[in-house]
Design a binder for this molecule. Sequence first.
Ligand code: KIV
Ligand code: ZN
Length: 527
Amino acid sequence: MNDVKDNKRKIYVLDTTLRDGEQVPGAKLNLGEKMEVARQLIRLQVDMMEVGFPSSSKGDFEAVRAISKIIGRDITVTALGRAVRGDIDSIYESLKEAQSPMIHIVLGSSGVHIQKKFNKAPEQVLAMGVDAVKYAKGLMPNVQYSLEDASRSSFEYMWQTIEAVVKAGATIINIPDTVGFAVPEEFGHLIFRINERLKNLNPNVLLSVHCHNDTGLATANTLAAVRNGADKVECTINGIGERAGNTSLEEVVMGIQLHADYYRGYTGVKTNEIYTTSKVVSAIMGIDVQVNKAITGENAFAHSSGIHQDGLLKSKEVYEVIEPETVGAPPMELVLTARSGRHAFIHVTQKLGYKIEEKQKETVYTDFLEMADQKKEVYDYDIMMLMSKYTNNGVQREKAIDLWELIDFEVIYNTKIPTAMVKIKKGETISCKTKEGYGAIDALYSAILEAADLPVSLLEYRIHNISRGKEGLGKVSIQVMYEDNLFEGKAIEKDIIRASAIALINALNKVVQEVAVQESKNNGENL
Ligand code: KIV
Ligand code: ZN
């Protein structure tokens, strides 16, 4: 039975990034990388973690064993196997030192699996499942049974199987939409029917769902299941997984949180760890998160329409249903483009410490629009350069925090020792450094970071074309970590090395601003 708080059921969250997620082509991780993801999932406070398929290889077995040992009592750790004794033995051996282990068995229940994959009679497959559960139960008290391809199975056969495996000792019944075939209303209804019978049979057995995203409905199907009684959801970070992926953990968790009354549920996930977890998984697996991905995409909290920017500046709730801080994302971003109105433009200039005289506002704004037409997106550094054109000519710095400016740089690239020299300035301070690196960008970034003398670490560096042709524009987006906080920097330039330098300067300036704000708060001032 799940815990009840404020009349709401606890919805258990199982993360399978390290099993279903890791099956993605190109996402194979080594042990160190898996451990890093596992540590972050522990910080995220999921209820259960599926960490591998131990009978598939010695490497997977060792990884499951190592990871299961760092997971404490509060998180159930599980690993997958087929309904055969060899697989179950591997799971047991790899998990036996864990504090809260669970065996996970999968066996097909649809006609197509039974006939085409196993070439057996349905009763024979059912008996295999019961046998496997009895065997697993003799090894560990917690056993999850998954009816593979459940959404394409006959209801009565599924129920016969569920009844038999629950009697054999299964503690969780998992209903996968293995091929992403289900649609929300129908899947919700299926879960409702199963749940009604299951809770009559044994109210302590949890009903779980595991959806794939082949038609883009994994989140919708999972939430429909929750609304119809599912106690547990299986998800991955960023929705990665076999083919089109699994249900995205961040979408389901935030969906439940946003509509807690509708779903009559809550999860134990520490939502402010969501964004970092997404970044860690994407960086380690080398799989980018699509920019418009719900909750964790680069544009999830970025606003570029003039009407929206104006509305947001009046009140955030006009266009924001989730505060970025709730998921640990950097604050809402107003992306200045040629569609941005005067209100948004002036807001950004003021944030950077500039005051534009009334009589000069129209001229400066027109100049900004011209720049925005050329660059597509205008970032802080571009504004600083624009403002410098008007210094002592209608633009003043007021109560300004000094920010870094790039005065000069040189990158010498060769295959032996790439080297970069940078000269940067903040207020009256000029700092010049030369560093070597593994490549041009590494040398450049080492030189800037040493010159700025800020202890930040680079979490993400991305570069892509935003227009065609070899003279097109390159966009660099980076994220740095400073004292457990993420800061973003972006730049668009024709020269990607210059874009890289300015993106880092933009990120460092955000750190400088944040440090100044914190210091003034500590001193009781209002910056
Ligand atoms: O998609 C699927 O059916 C699975 C099961 C092992 C739960 O991944
Ligand atoms: Zn799956």
